[in-house]
Ligand binder design. Structure first.
Ligand SMILES: [Zn+2]
Length: 530
């Protein structure tokens, strides 16, 4: 897979040795003068400015113009001019950084189509970025933008095309100064590619057991990760009846994969618990989905994959936090053993749950894992991530994931949600906060049990909120400090949807790998402020 092998080298900013260069340009012609002269020399720069003035070349966002260069004059065979849009569209730093990531992705793909094996890109210092920040964005853009899922293609396009093998970052910084940012961004991007691979893999090829094996393999591969798998009998012994019920309809039994990473030692307690929904295929159970709704349900483990990707990066980057990842795994199918609408189940927490909809299974898995995480690890911070509701797609579409937070301490809650939203802006994985008030419990009131797993009166709406409120009932708020729930049902898997137009480093079709980079960034911020 060529995107995995791509290398990044730092070369002096005046270097003209690379045959191809990508230069980002603003729509305002004169804004580009100094920058173009620096990299192309005056005669070629003036030619480009003239082309812009005559409107032959535009700096509109994502518009690209490839000029064949004159090697003798300015040392380049190819000059790719990539539009960044108007300066004011880039006024917010996080918007600008995301556009840098995006134009690098478009450039990398364009050079791939042209069979250009390497290209140079400058370090965006002239645009006001720090070179170390730009280096990360360049690595993100290239690796995420070149990603393809080709496991099931007999003819692999990546082999036929010559994917860029090297990107030269033109900078006045030394290789040493940019080494750590390049390495870290690369680890993070490659783990995001792993998340995409897992999410894109069909249900029959990624059962709970196969997923658990992948988790174990990560612990073998990466120093400092310890793996534990609880099988169905052990889950029963732990009273995780909601989780077991969801998985019992399948011949592929449920399990819980746990990864521990403890750089601060066992006595220090747990800073962070990450819980990711791992429904490896969701038929809906007896409340079965229609064929169309079911088509992409192999991706219903995207939260679990994100958690795996995040803890891999956290361990590889030696982030000084004790972190535990829990991935409850199950396949939601029908059979003589499957759970039924109307069943009443007793959760690990002791609350009884009336099953009003077997397709609201994600919250059942998560509920037991959240209680288990509170009891067993007593983490300071607990974050779950899940493809949980169709309702979040109605609310936020495919650009932004839903964020729900709670703490008994209002100020802690405010700071925590702010930190998560900033992590989202920094990684291009935007979050928007929605309420998680117990007032909504009225929509899940059961006549015969403590709570229903799904509101039966659809007209009440707010399905993403009630799902979050359901989860909140299974958190032990006295044992933890803050909790967040991320609903990524709209952002984890694309079907020709629009996210690509906003973030071209995301695929038009298939998994985005969302969550892994966001949670890693959050862990860095958490480590920095503790
Ligand atoms: Zn479901």
């Amino acid at each position: 897979m060529p995107h995995r092998q791509i290398e990044f080298h730092v070369v002096p900013s005046g270097d003209r040795g690379t045959r191809a260069i990508m230069l980002a340009i603003f729509e305002e012609v004169e804004e580009n003068r100094a920058h173009l002269v620096k990299h192309l020399g005056e005669p070629t720069a003036l030619m480009v400015l003239e082309l812009m003035n005559r409107k032959h070349v535009s700096g509109r966002y994502k518009e690209f113009n490839l000029l064949t260069g004159d090697r003798a004059k300015h040392g380049r065979d190819w000059i790719l001019l990539m539009g960044l849009g108007k300066k004011k569209e880039n006024a917010r730093p996080y918007r600008f950084r995301d556009r840098v990531r995006s134009v690098v992705a478009i450039a990398a793909r364009h050079f791939r189509r042209k069979h250009v094996g390497s290209f140079a890109v400058d370090d965006f210092v002239d645009y006001g970025l720090e070179a170390s920040v730009a280096a990360r964005l360049i690595v993100d853009g290239a690796i995420l933008g070149l990603y393809r899922f080709e496991r099931y293609k007999s003819k692999k396009k990546s082999v036929e095309e010559s994917s860029p093998k090297t990107i030269y970052i033109l900078s006045d910084c030394s290789s040493g100064e940019l080494e750590a940012p390049i390495r870290e961004a690369r680890q993070s991007a490659l783990n995001t590619c792993l998340v995409r691979d897992l999410v894109n893999t069909p249900g029959s090829d990624l059962t709970p057991l196969i997923f658990a094996k992948r988790v174990r393999a990560s612990a073998e591969e990466i120093d400092g990760l310890e793996c534990q798998i609880l099988d169905a009998d052990e889950l029963k012994a732990e009273r995780m009846n909601l989780h077991v019920a969801v998985g019992m309809g399948s011949d592929n039994p449920p399990c819980l994969a746990i990864l521990r990473y403890r750089p601060k030692g066992a006595e220090a307690g747990w800073d962070l618990a990450l819980v990711g929904k791992g429904v490896t295929f969701d038929t809906g159970g007896y409340n079965m989905k229609s064929g169309e709704q079911m088509e992409r349900m192999y991706g219903d483990m995207a939260g679990g994959a994100a958690v795996l990707g995040a803890i891999r990066t956290i361990a590889q980057q030696h982030i000084p936090l004790n972190v535990v990842a829990l991935i409850p795994l199950a396949e939601n199918r029908v059979s003589g053993r499957a759970f039924l609408p109307g069943d009443i189940l007793t959760s690990r927490k002791g609350l009884t749950v009336e099953i009003t909809n077997t397709d609201a299974e994600g919250r059942l898995l998560l509920a037991d894992s959240l209680t288990f995480a509170c009891d067993t690890f007593r983490p300071h911070t607990i974050i779950d991530i899940a493809t949980l509701t169709g309702s979040i797609v109605s609310a936020l579409g495919h650009f932004v994931s839903g964020l729900f937070t709670h703490s008994e301490d209002e100020e802690a809650d405010r700071l925590f949600s702010r930190k998560l939203q900033q992590s989202g802006q920094d990684t291009g994985e935007w979050l928007w906060q929605l309420p998680v008030d117990d007032d909504y419990l009225v929509q899940m009131r059961s006549d015969i049990a403590d709570i229903e797993n799904c509101e039966t009166d659809r007209a009440s709406g707010a399905g993403a909120v009630t799902a979050a409120v359901f989860l909140k009932q299974f958190i032990d708020v006295d044992k933890i400090s803050v909790w967040a729930h991320l609903d990524i049902a709209g952002t984890s898997l694309m079907e020709q949807t629009h996210i690509y137009t906003k973030c071209p480093y995301q695929p038009k079709e298939g998994a985005t790998g969302i969550g892994a980079r966001l949670l890693t960034e959050f862990a860095w911020k958490m480590a920095g402020s503790s």
